[in-house]
Design a protein around this ligand. Structure first.
Ligand code: CUA
Length: 262
């Protein structure tokens, strides 16, 4: 029974998630050792300096250097955790980002608002329309410039759908306050900042339906800021995308050119 299982953290469904779980396990083993050590020390002190056993106070204090050596030991273990586990995990995330962009990733903009998530897909052409944040009409608006042809087949969805096995780059933003977009089964999260599209990436390894949550206190509805995420087969994703994208193109075509601004 590993700490991640014991703590009830949802099962991992991301390619990189094993490393994250491993780090959580190692940190918890270390914390357990510290807990047992400090507890034993506490009871030792209670016994050692029991008032009925020590009628007079000792003014000499601690003479041995055991505590210093223990402190140094703790510092060394913490350095191993950082340099041996945390930094390599982070390096893997950042170093592979350029490579992932070459592997035909799915790109989706994630727009957080009080109190839900909206998703902006680039459509069949794979290109997002130009974003102009001044065009905002409602909270959660993707703010696509209607004058940009790249945006004519863009569509939005209140549910995140992604294909299994393909890398996924989510560009996280917000239209009001700071939120935090967190997918626990994918072992990934990112602050959603107004005015910025901040990328995060992962590769789902299995089909599943799960929740995404907001992990930053953002107002009275924070706890309700839960969305649905579906990891579906590549074929199902392709046909869903084609259908949504064609629908968006159709809607944009029906608008008269001069009225596109509305
Ligand atoms: Cu959005 Cu908490």
């Amino acid at each position: 029974m590993t700490p991640t299982k014991l703590l009830g953290i949802p099962e991992n469904f991301a390619e990189h998630g094993g490393g994250v779980d491993h780090l959580i396990d190692v940190v918890h083993y270390f914390m357990a050792a510290l807990f047992v050590g400090w507890t034993l020390f506490f009871f030792y002190c209670c016994f050692r300096f029991w008032c009925r056993r020590n009628k007079t106070a000792s003014y000499r204090g601690v003479q041995s250097h055991v505590s210093t050596h223990l402190e140094i030991g703790v510092v060394i273990i913490e350095a191993i955790l950082l340099l041996g586990f945390a930094f390599p995990l982070w390096t893997e995330r950042t170093d592979r980002y350029a490579d992932i962009q070459q592997q035909d990733p799915v790109r989706i903009r994630v727009i957080g608002y009080q109190f839900a998530w909206n998703y902006h897909y680039p459509g069949a052409d794979g290109k997002f329309g130009r974003i102009d944040r001044h065009l905002i009409q409602n909270v959660g608006d993707p703010c696509i410039d209607p004058a940009d042809p790249n945006g004519w087949d863009d569509y939005t969805s209140p549910v995140l759908k992604i294909p299994v096995g393909r890398p996924c780059i989510l560009q996280v933003t917000s239209t009001d306050v700071i939120h935090n977009y967190a997918i626990v089964p994918m072992r990934i999260q990112q602050d959603a900042m107004p005015g910025e599209d901040i990328p995060m990436w992962f590769r789902p390894i299995q089909k599943l339906e799960t929740y995404v949550v907001c992990a930053q206190l953002c107002g009275e509805g924070h706890a309700n800021m839960r969305g649905i995420m579906e990891v579906i087969s590549e074929g199902a994703y392709d046909s869903w995308e084609a259908e949504q994208s064609a629908g968006a193109s159709e809607r944009n075509k029906s608008k008269e050119p001069g009225l596109a601004q509305q």
